[in-house]
Design a protein around this ligand. Sequence first.
Ligand SMILES: NC(=O)C1=CN([C@@H]2O[C@H](COP(=O)(O)OP(=O)(O)OC[C@H]3O[C@@H](n4cnc5c(N)ncnc54)[C@H](OP(=O)(O)O)[C@@H]3O)[C@@H](O)[C@H]2O)C=CC1
Ligand SMILES: O=C(CO)COP(=O)(O)O
Length: 368
Amino acid sequence: MPYTPPQPLRRLTVLGAGSWGTALASVLGRNGHDVRLWARRPALAERITATSRNDDYLADVDLPGGLIATSDLNAALTGTEAVLMVTPSATLRAMCQAIKPHLPEAVPIALACKGVERRSGYLLSEVVSEELPGHPVGAVSGPTFARETALDHPTAATVAFPFSYRDRLAPEKSPAARLALSLSGGGFRPYVSDDLVGVEVGGAVKNVIAIACGMMSGAGFAENTRAALITRGIDEMKLLAQALGGKRETVTGLSGAGDLTLTCSSTTSRNMSLGYQLGQGTPRPSCFEGRPVVVEGEVNAVSVTDLAHRIGVPMPICETVNAVLHKGADLQEAFNALWTRPIEAEPYALDLSLAHPSPDLPLQFGVN
Ligand SMILES: NC(=O)C1=CN([C@@H]2O[C@H](COP(=O)(O)OP(=O)(O)OC[C@H]3O[C@@H](n4cnc5c(N)ncnc54)[C@H](OP(=O)(O)O)[C@@H]3O)[C@@H](O)[C@H]2O)C=CC1
Ligand SMILES: O=C(CO)COP(=O)(O)O
């Protein structure tokens, strides 16, 4: 059989007209695709369509002309060839249930939200597969601030779908390849991966680590501390990815180390910013001047640490963030306890025999 190259998707749906959904719809619109952007508020959908601006979320960004927003799920999904889910992780299950009656058969679904479901401990792809069986499920994830992406600054991200035998039989139908081709253009450069678990774990954990970095910076610690948290955060990601069946090396890519570096580098990140404000002593209700802001690491501090406990993965930084955010722990005392833990091997490994720097040394040693 002659090789048929994969083609971009013609029509795509982006669910969620917040900052990231609008940025992704802009990338697809600029690349010439027929994209429908679903906003839950009809008034916002009308304004986006009429003005090519999203004044609620990306006020200073010109969106591609002809970008159609709608609050009607049926209109957004009819005839679509792929769906990007871009509402907060906690809304994902309800969104899946809402779109089910309108979803064309077998269309691929890509997650652009980041997290672990709190109640079940499932990765978000598992939530989608449970609610919407029969659809290939993947993710788009990487170091991608929405505003920069919408302004077409050079940005790279990973498009991950599990590799199936069908991809080998018919590579032209591969959802990862077709979605990556659709996103590719202008400043947006996608890479493809078959390690969905590794990609999802990176996205879920990096937000919690960014809160830790923000807390430490806000409390007056310096750059050495932040670099240590980033690096040890990568180790926590690796352990969780491996324990859930993903690959450790995926965590060194865009969706892991890449996104962690971005998110832990400035208070442009909402997660880093929340940590910073708390580190400075601002009470939680007064952070962001009291505005409701999506901070995925806040809810995911609970879901990630719960999941880690349940499967026996040590994640001490995430644990510390969770204790400060949700268990009333004192920030300084909690970080002191983190810092004075018994000495461990680097990298920590789930297979304890691999973690031993020497057969004569125990896995952990020291005071405390
Ligand atoms: N912003 C970024 O730079 C990036 C964000 N992400 C991820 O994308 C996801 C969405 O974040 P982001 O776009 O930034 O968030 P925003 O705060 O910018 O937008 C949130 C969006 O979700 C909608 N929404 C809120 N609650 C519900 C609900 N119960 N049901 C349906 N829709 C709801 C909001 O609608 P309404 O306006 O009506 O409230 C809005 O469209 C998060 O998981 C985030 O981690 C990933 C990469 C980059
Ligand atoms: O995920 C993001 C960048 O990749 C956005 O990070 P924040 O949600 O912390 O702003």
